[in-house]
Design a protein around this ligand. Structure first.
Ligand code: ZN
Ligand code: ZN
Length: 128
């Protein structure tokens, strides 16, 4: 009988995956749902619950062009209609991408970024 080092084989596969999704994330959602109209509810693997109004998420878009607008201190106006997502897709194992009703879809919201956006009393007092 040949002895296979299965543990090592698994590690090799794991490493390939790490290269493909080369991101370090501290937080992972266990559930993402729309409980309240106009709001996204995210349950995290550490038991935390976050609620994000959609226009706030649209406003906080982390893409290059929105970052540039923020850098120039140009206020991004988000109407409740424009800030409603039409689509929500997972990106690898580290992020989610929204397509907004105003046509914008270049923002990739990494889990850690999303978690830092949480504005609940607990997170605000923790200094986020
Ligand atoms: Zn953007
Ligand atoms: Zn929070």
């Amino acid at each position: 009988m040949t002895k296979h080092d299965n543990g090592r084989a698994c590690m090799g596969r794991q490493r390939l995956q790490d290269i493909r999704y080369h991101r370090q994330v501290n937080y992972h959602p266990t559930d993402i749902r729309q409980e309240t109209p106009g709001e996204l509810t995210v349950l995290w693997d550490d038991g935390h619950e976050s609620r994000y109004p959609f226009p706030f998420l649209r406003f906080s878009c982390p893409c290059a062009s929105c970052n540039e607008l923020r850098r120039q201190q140009v206020a991004v106006t988000v109407t409740p209609e424009g800030g409603t997502p039409t689509q929500l897709v997972g990106v690898g194992n580290y992020a989610v991408q929204f397509t907004w009703q105003d046509g914008h879809d270049s923002g990739i919201y990494a889990w850690d970024f999303l978690r830092e956006l949480c504005r609940c009393a607990e997170c605000v007092s923790a200094g986020h």
